[in-house]
Design a protein around this ligand. Structure first.
Ligand code: ADP
Length: 433
């Protein structure tokens, strides 16, 4: 840089000296300076053209400051080109990997337009890339509920999941994941086989439970007859008592399993009854009164008396009663149990809160699995079958509801059932189909 300045100063000085000899020192110096500026502007222009399109413009050899600039820019350009090659190689590898996945993957923008799709999107959803680029995803797929789910602007930032039955009987699981601020990734997977296996598993459990019902009734009947016999030897009293307790427990398990099977049965559609939740809560409290008195719990009610649920009364009774019974069973005597039923901004909530034993965080996600218990002995002592929360989950699913569980060990638990607006009504006159 310094050398360049000296060089330019020498040129202007030399021009001034030449000019001096003919009495035009200032003019020649000025002309030399202007020529230098024009020349530099020309070089800058050449560099700019080369930067805009390095392939179309050749940069001439330059000296001094421009030589250094040229060298650095050439080096940086080469680095950019290398990085670009690397990135496009990563991108093509990523696309190859995504295309090899058995799932259909479609990227859509905020307006629902298709930005990219892998090859399986064609076989599973009929979406072809690049032919269907910029077409709206919702216009191409025949799954109305999926299109509605993606169009719901309020839920755009959430990961959404839905199972849909295709017209050919296949079951497709759709998952929509926010991918960036402007893009969502929709993953569609054929889960027909999985659903078939689950159905076989459910049928098996239901059949076994059904087969066990009659032998159990007979067994329990005979045990009771024997217990009532006047000449029963005393050594049989205790074993028979145990047999009675255990067969009753088995009957409860069988009956809960059969109930779950009925809830899972897709042909068994939940009736649309107008359910007075106030009445439901009253009958539940009446039924658990002996338990409440036994444990001396305080119960607090916060109920919106006008608010009704639309659904199957017996199912909702069984779900809510499971939650209340659990709160009583898993709270030490003299505890406090709160039951709340009220509207919220997007529906209504039924909440049961206790200040009982609480549940360690790592158990929470598994509580609604069949037979999952935090403390098996305690559950059995309270007459639990380990199926209560599984029943709650299924009943809520049949009422478009959702179960949220929060708990702190040693502090207490809160079980919240959330129902959407479509499942609630304020008017007893609401038309029920
Ligand atoms: P169970 O018949 O054993 O009560 P559930 O399915 O109703 O079966 O509950 C599963 C497990 O969740 C219970 O065994 C218990 O460990 C835990 N649980 C349920 N409700 C509560 C609660 N209110 N407080 C603490 N633990 C609870």
């Amino acid at each position: 840089m310094e050398r360049d300045l000296w060089k330019y100063a020498a040129i202007v000085g030399g021009a001034a000296l030449i000019g001096y000899s003919i009495d035009y020192a200032l003019l020649t110096a000025f002309l030399a300076a202007v020529t230098l500026v024009v020349w530099q502007l020309h070089r800058i222009n050449l560099i700019q053209k080369w930067l805009d399109d390095p392939k179309a413009h050749q940069l001439p050899e330059m000296g001094g400051l421009f030589y250094l600039l040229h060298k650095k820019l050439t080096k940086r350009n080469a680095q950019y080109a290398k990085r670009k090659r690397q990135l496009s190689s990563y991108l093509s590898q990523f696309r190859k990997a995504v295309s090899a996945m058995p799932d259909a993957i479609v990227l859509i923008d905020n307006n629902g337009k298709i930005e990219w799709a892998n090859s399986n999107a064609s076989s599973l959803l009929g979406i072809r890339w690049p032919e269907d680029g910029a077409v709206r995803f919702g216009d191409l797929i025949r799954y109305q509920e999926v299109a509605a789910m993606l169009a719901d602007s309020k839920r755009k930032k959430e990961t959404l999941e839905i199972n849909s039955i295709a017209h050919n009987g296949r079951s497709i699981n759709f998952k929509s994941i926010p991918y960036s601020n402007t893009t969502r990734m929709v993953i569609a997977r054929d889960v027909s086989q999985l659903i078939k296996v689950n159905q076989m598993h459910s049928d098996f459990v239901a059949n076994v439970s059904h087969e066990l019902k009659t032998p159990l009734t007979v067994l329990k009947g005979y045990v009771e007859i024997l217990q009532g016999a006047s000449d029963l030897p005393s050594k049989f009293v205790k074993p028979l008592e145990q047999m009675n307790v255990q067969s009753t427990r088995m009957q409860f398990i069988v009956s809960d399993l059969l109930y779950l099977a009925r809830l899972e049965d897709k042909d068994n559609v939940a009736p649309h009854q107008m359910v007075q939740v106030t009445h439901l809560v009253n009958t539940i409290i009446e039924a658990v009164q002996p338990l409440l008195e036994d444990k001396r719990h305080k119960i607090q009610l916060d109920i919106d008396h006008d608010l009704c649920l639309v659904g199957a009364e017996t199912e909702l009774h069984s779900a809510f009663s499971n939650l209340v019974t659990n709160a009583i069973n898993y709270t030490e005597p003299h505890g406090e149990i709160g039951i709340l039923w009220k509207a919220d901004e997007d529906g209504a909530i039924f909440r049961v809160k206790d200040n009982g034993l609480g549940i360690p965080a790592h158990h929470l996600s598994r509580l609604t699995q069949r037979f999952y218990r935090v403390d098996t002995d305690r559950s059995r002592e309270g007459g639990g079958t380990g199926l209560g929360l599984a029943i709650v989950k299924h009943v809520l699913q049949r009422h478009a509801g959702e179960l949220l569980i929060s708990s702190t060990e040693g502090v207490g638990s809160t079980f919240t059932c959330h129902f959407p607006n479509e499942q609630i009504s304020r008017s007893a006159q609401k038309k029920i189909s």
